[in-house]
Design a protein around this ligand. Structure first.
Ligand code: NOJ
Length: 689
């Protein structure tokens, strides 16, 4: 009898061990446990939620898709799951920080439809201590080959009605809007990155990483604090034309205790593929000047005629200036045939291998070479992408043969303004950030790499960190830059603009803002416009707004007339070993310190909105037991962006890592500092006797 009972118990235990646990709920935590994510199938539909220190930050949010025709792809069972970890460090070819740690825990969930056709999908979640990324993978499978995504159901339901800093999606001017702030529940449809501050003082940013062959994700409020992925459609309404095997971009949520923590989060880069370019010796950050601002001020023209900017003579003048002061490149816009007439509507006229007759490109590039300077090329397409693609290879070959290493591209055109010819030979009009253009921008980067050319894209697709994979994708515009101060009827960028950009647009990646305007008022040529900052703030922008290629945007004569502040532009590097955010209040002020990658110097940039303020900056980032000379460029005591923008006070002082500096910022002002190691001579000279 006892034997029988024992056998029965054993059989029961055996069955208990073999029966499957309830795996409709899975969890993963970040390496130090700060963040946790719970994945659940709710009646077959995948969902996730995120908590930070056990407090919800993203409440239960949907995942899944709708395919064409009306085929909803979100009724699954879990086939298997796996938890893995990764911890490694990689080196950026160039960047705001040299060594990047990539440390995450991953949860991989293999799903299969419960009913026929039993298609498969994998969800991958990566939890970092400073946020998370997740993506969908569609493995190769018999029942899913080519398919059209009509909707991605991904939601982000914020646990709090947080304040959001946002720009609108689906507007004619692409990404070029002033950021606004509202509560999440008040949003309509916005671009990413969109940045949040919760009522508890937590900061978050939602964006995407590794946008490769998919359409951009915008976010649409679908009720309360729920933001739903709204993929930018093709002209035929399809959101993504897909083919297995494929992976979507990563959906990213960065989370930090303070706004500065978003800036020093490298999660988006970590979610991109490693560098694909073997020889990177030709990829070099640097500074440039160019035949550019004069066109925006309307004192020269892009098109041919008596005021043509891109003449051989004018370019030589810029080359002389670049050589004298050590700039790497001279950008020349308006050099090629196609600018005459309305180039914004007739981009098909652009020829990328035919210079205007008054621009002797062979002579100019020979002259530049002799002087140790390179021409920076320019491909404005007027959004006529088909015309550009036809010439793409020749256009890059042409520049490569001339020794050009950087090309600035441009896609001016009111959205949706990209002409495409469809399968029936009909003209269609696409958005700048739909899948058609995501493919185009990538094609340009790859073609450029074949010709050892770096890209600076204006009117770009948003940055999602592909500079890690293609480090020739240097910088891009994708927001309102300096040029708005030259001509926008709204008076240009208000003083708070540059205190918002670092926490929004620049979380995506570097920006070619084109700082450094010294002649701030230009009343004679543009009486209704001006630069809405002090002079010192123009210098601070070089440190605060990260870009591996920075322009000194003003005219050479305005720099020659102001040699002392110009010194800072000449000194400041564009490649950094490390970045630290000292002060961060979105829309109010910011201070960033960065360590030069090629010397012992540190640089600091601090700037404010329309309100003057004093900020206290601890210099603990400096090497201990070492004196530094602080070369300080600060607003004059009575400086004010409106009434006295030029007042600047340039001074030197000895400091060390125990020191704390009061950063005086005028209304609309800023401060820039170079810290270099002090020599004995400096110590003697600067020590107060
Ligand atoms: C817009 C770009 O942002 C600007 O830098 C350029 O000068 C014009 N397009 C002309 O290409």
């Amino acid at each position: 009898m006892l034997k029988c009972v024992l056998i029965l118990i054993l059989i029961f235990v055996f069955f208990l061990a073999c029966s499957k646990p309830d795996i409709t709920m899975l969890q993963v935590k970040s390496p130090d446990g700060t963040l946790s994510l719970t994945f659940r199938l709710q009646e077959g539909a995948p969902t996730y939620e995120v908590a930070r220190f056990n407090q919800p930050v993203i409440k239960t949010s949907r995942l899944g898709f709708i395919f064409k025709p009306a085929d909803s792809f979100n009724f699954f069972k879990i086939v298997r799951s796996a938890n893995t970890s990764f911890d490694g460090t990689w080196t950026q070819v160039w960047g705001e920080k040299k060594e990047i740690r990539n440390n995450y825990n991953e949860l991989r969930v293999d799903l299969r439809e419960i009913v026929k056709p039993r298609r498969k999908m994998i969800l991958v979640f990566r939890l970092f201590d400073d946020g998370l990324g997740f993506r969908y993978e569609f493995p190769e499978q018999r029942n899913l080959t080519e398919f059209d995504i009509m909707d991605e159901l991904t939601e982000f339901t914020l646990a709090d009605d947080a304040t959001a800093w946002w720009i609108p999606a689906y507007e004619w001017n692409r990404y070029e809007y002033l950021y606004q702030s509202n509560t999440t529940s008040e949003l309509d449809t916005v671009h990413t990155p969109v940045t949040f501050e919760t009522t508890d003082g937590l900061f978050m940013s939602i964006h995407e990483a590794a946008l490769t062959d998919y359409s951009s994700m915008t976010l649409k409020n679908s009720g309360g604090t729920t933001l739903k992925a709204d993929l930018v459609p093709w002209s035929d309404g399809i959101r993504v034309k897909a083919k297995t095997p494929m992976v979507t971009p990563w959906r990213t949520i960065q989370i930090a205790d303070d706004a500065g923590g978003l800036i020093t989060s490298y999660l988006i880069l970590n979610l991109n593929e490693p560098n694909k370019i073997e020889d990177t010796s030709w990829i070099q950050p640097g500074k440039y000047i160019g035949i550019w601002w004069e066109m925006h001020l309307n004192t020269a023209t892009w098109g041919s005629g008596p005021n043509h900017g891109a003449t051989t003579e004018n370019t030589k003048h810029y080359i002389d200036f670049a050589a004298k002061y050590g700039f790497d490149g001279v950008l020349v816009e308006g050099w090629n045939v196609g600018w005459d007439g309305d180039w914004t509507a007739e981009g098909d006229k652009f020829q990328f291998t035919i210079p205007y007759p008054d621009f002797d490109i062979d002579e100019v590039t020979r002259y530049a070479k002799r002087k140790g300077v390179r021409l920076i090329g320019h491909h404005e397409t007027g959004a006529a992408v088909l015309n550009y693609e036809k010439q793409l290879q020749d256009a890059f070959q042409y520049y490569q043969d001339l020794g050009v290493r950087v090309v600035k591209t441009g896609y001016v055109g009111n959205d949706p303004s990209i002409k495409r010819i469809d399968e029936n030979g009909q003209e269609q009009w696409e958005w700048h950030h739909g899948q058609f253009m995501v493919r185009h921008y990538r094609k340009v980067v790859e073609e450029a790499a074949k010709h050892k050319i770096m890209i600076d894209a204006h009117e770009p697709i948003k940055d999602t960190g592909i500079r890690r994979t293609y480090p020739n994708m240097m910088t891009r515009e994708g927001a309102r830059g300096q040029e708005y101060n030259a001509w926008d009827p709204d008076g240009g960028n208000p003083p708070e603009h540059e205190t918002i950009l670092p926490f929004t647009r620049l979380l995506a990646g570097p920006m070619d803002f084109t700082p450094g305007i010294f002649d701030l008022l230009y009343e004679e040529v543009r009486p209704n416009n001006r630069v809405n900052t002090t002079l010192a703030k123009q210098l601070a922008l070089y440190v605060v707004l990260y870009s591996p290629l920075h322009m000194a945007a003003d005219l050479p004569e305005n720099y020659e007339a102001n040699p002392e502040p110009f010194r800072f532009i000449l000194d400041v590097p564009t490649d950094w070993n490390d970045t630290k955010v000292l002060h961060a209040r979105i829309g109010d002020y910011i201070t960033i310190a960065r360590q030069d990658r090629n010397s012992d110097d540190w640089y600091l940039g601090s700037l404010t909105d329309e309100n003057g303020r004093n900020l206290q900056a601890a210099l603990s980032f400096l090497e201990p037991n070492q004196q530094y000379v602080a070369e300080v460029y600060r607003d004059g005591i009575d400086a004010d962006w409106q009434t006295n923008p030029y007042a600047i006070d340039i001074t030197e002082m000895l400091v060390d890592h125990n020191a704390s500096l009061t950063l005086r910022l005028a209304p609309g002002g800023g401060q820039a500092i170079r810290f270099r190691k002090a020599t004995l001579k400096d110590v003697n000279r600067l020590t107060v006797k």
